[in-house]
Design a protein around this ligand. Structure first.
Ligand code: SF4
Length: 328
């Protein structure tokens, strides 16, 4: 099956400094990924890893400096505004902040049908409101409410209804459970899984919450300083992370199952600045497994079975770091 989204060697450069010391800094540094119809792909990493910048670049909300983005077989990274508006019918973006992203003066009914008005589509608004609310598990009487009358979970459902209004082929969801209670997070994740099955929509999910990834993603990629350091099937990566950074992120999200409890891998808190990328492997300043070669020799991301890993010394399943790097 051909990919619905095909990103090749994508770069996003930011210009920094003044007239005399101007320079470009790479926020996304040569990333490639494919998403297939009906598939959910998650991007994970700490703040500043480049995952939101990458998602915005895919949706053309952020200018790219190199590489290509193709959607449904068409290259879209150089399209003009009008052409991109048509693409966004099929590639919908769901923003963070369930309540803040909804206009406070519009009713739920107007909010969920606004995409039809924006795209000049004549539809039966009442019928569409009821259909969309039902799809996200809300009753028709919600149509008359305003955002301030909704709980966080209800507001997120309204956001999802808006996102699916035009029957997109791909949803880009930025932190879909941010700001929600843990119990409500589970409901929203079940809703996303349910919609994927019923509508066949593909999803690109950006999150730092690994429980979200484990719950919804078929495949995932871990980003560090704007690059993928590991990507592949979610279950496989959760079972046996091959990159030390992935292992550290997973160890910071303990398994609920005590039989699977593992030591936490402590990383130095300081993430290097994009203005001063470390030499060699850019993770070597924080990596518990770093060896002399890592300081000078940058690892390429290469195929390793069904996944891709950027590390000279990928971890064996169950590897534990040197004792001084572990905390209980
Ligand atoms: Fe750690 Fe070296 Fe692998 Fe980088 S290449 S992740 S420093 S072991």
């Amino acid at each position: 099956m051909s990919a619905i989204l095909d990103v090749r060697d994508l770069e996003v450069a930011f210009r920094t400094g003044g007239f005399l010391n101007r320079r470009d800094v790479l926020g996304v540094a040569g990333v490639s990924l494919e998403i297939h119809p009906g598939e959910t792909f998650a991007l994970v990493g700490e703040s500043g890893s480049g995952k939101t910048t990458l998602a915005r670049a895919v949706n053309h909300l952020q200018e790219t400096s190199a590489g290509t983005v193709s959607f449904e077989g068409v290259r879209i990274d150089r399209l003009d505004r009008a052409a991109m508006k048509q693409v966004r019918r099929r590639m919908a973006m769901m923003f963070q902040d369930p309540i803040g992203s909804l206009s406070p003066r519009m009713t739920v009914g107007d909010l969920v049908t606004e995409p039809f008005r924006i795209h000049g589509e004549k539809v039966d608004y009442k019928a569409e409101t009821e259909r969309l609310l039902a799809l996200v598990g809300l009753t028709a009487d919600f149509a008359a409410r305003f955002p301030h009358q909704l709980s966080g979970g209800q507001a997120r459902r309204v956001g999802v209804a808006r996102t699916i209004a035009l029957n997109p082929a791909l949803i880009i969801a930025d932190e879909p459970t941010a700001g929600l209670d843990v119990s409500v997070q589970g409901e929203v994740l079940n809703l996303l899984n349910d919609l994927r099955e019923r509508l066949g929509v593909a999803m690109l999910i950006i999150t730092h919450n690994l429980h979200v990834v484990h719950h919804v993603a078929d495949r995932m990629a871990v980003m560090y300083l704007g690059r993928f350091v590991e990507s592949g099937p979610t279950e496989e990566i959760f079972r046996a992370p091959a990159h030390p950074y992935t292992a550290a992120l997973l160890s910071a999200n303990p398994e609920p199952d005590p039989d699977k409890a593992q030591d936490r891998i402590a990383l130095p808190a300081e993430v290097p600045s994009l203005l001063a990328r470390p030499s060699g492997c850019e993770f070597h300043t924080r990596c518990p497994w770093a060896q002399p070669r890592c300081q000078s020799d940058a690892p390429e991301i290469v195929d390793q079975g069904s996944r891709r890993v950027a590390c000279h010394f990928p971890l064996a399943p169950g590897a534990t770091p040197p004792a001084k790097e572990r905390t209980a």
